[in-house]
Design a protein around this ligand. Structure first.
Ligand SMILES: C[S@@+](CC[C@H](N)C(=O)[O-])C[C@H]1O[C@@H](n2cnc3c(N)ncnc32)[C@H](O)[C@@H]1O
Length: 196
């Protein structure tokens, strides 16, 4: 396994900083549910949802509270421990997305929130997309939100998603569905797996 940029390109205390940041925002009453709201809007009630790169469980926890059957995976054990403590309910697992192999799982939707794609190991994005596509049921949806000021942009994302067998159906500039323009610095892309 090539180490993700989450480990190689951040400081040693980054994980703890990230955990505390979201605990503080939650205490302050910040709206942290935008991604989960959109996922909830595009799947039936009680869907099987994978939160890929779930971090400390913010999105997974909200989807669980909304009645979905949620699995959260992340490569960082410190974040998975925080997710279990702060957002119990989903099934959490430490796993690298490049090696994702969940048994008997074909998800109705997979959500990739919080810039996960800029934190995977450089060059592994196609493999990550292939592994995610392999975990979608026919017709299942993949929702990916990612900032665009790094070296991985929407053109590469579209090419790699298509190579993984996915078809893009929508693209927005935010999780609140603001229109995507050439000047957007963030993209929320929705892909669909082929029907059976
Ligand atoms: C900015 S955090 C986002 C966490 C969470 N999705 C959120 O929105 O709060 C990026 C996450 O990507 C995870 N990540 C990076 N590379 C990964 C990989 N190869 N497999 C699984 N998780 C990975 C990191 O561990 C980290 O939790």
């Amino acid at each position: 396994m090539t180490l993700p940029r989450w480990f190689t390109d951040t400081s040693d205390d980054h994980s703890q900083w990230y955990i505390e940041r979201f605990r503080k925002l939650a205490e302050e009453g910040a709206d942290l549910a935008g991604e989960a709201r959109l996922v909830d809007a595009v799947v039936p009630p009680g869907s099987a949802v994978l939160d890929a790169g779930c971090g400390p469980g913010r999105v997974a926890g909200e989807l669980h509270r909304r009645g979905h059957r949620v699995v959260g995976v992340d490569v960082d054990p410190e974040l998975i421990a925080a997710a279990e403590a702060d957002h119990p309910g989903p099934v959490y697992e430490v796993s690298d997305l490049t090696e994702l192999e969940l048994e008997d799982r074909r998800f109705d939707a997979i959500v990739v929130a919080g810039n996960v794609l800029v934190f995977v190991a450089e060059g592994t994005e196609p493999l990550v997309l292939e592994r995610l596509a392999a975990h979608l049921r026919p017709g299942g949806k993949l929702l990916i939100g990612c900032r665009l000021d790094r070296d991985y942009g929407v053109d590469a994302l579209d090419v790699h998603a298509e190579a993984a067998g996915l078809r893009r159906t929508q693209r927005f500039a935010t999780w609140d569905l603001d229109p995507f323009t050439p000047d957007s610095d963030f993209a929320v892309s929705i892909f669909v797996a082929p029907s059976a």
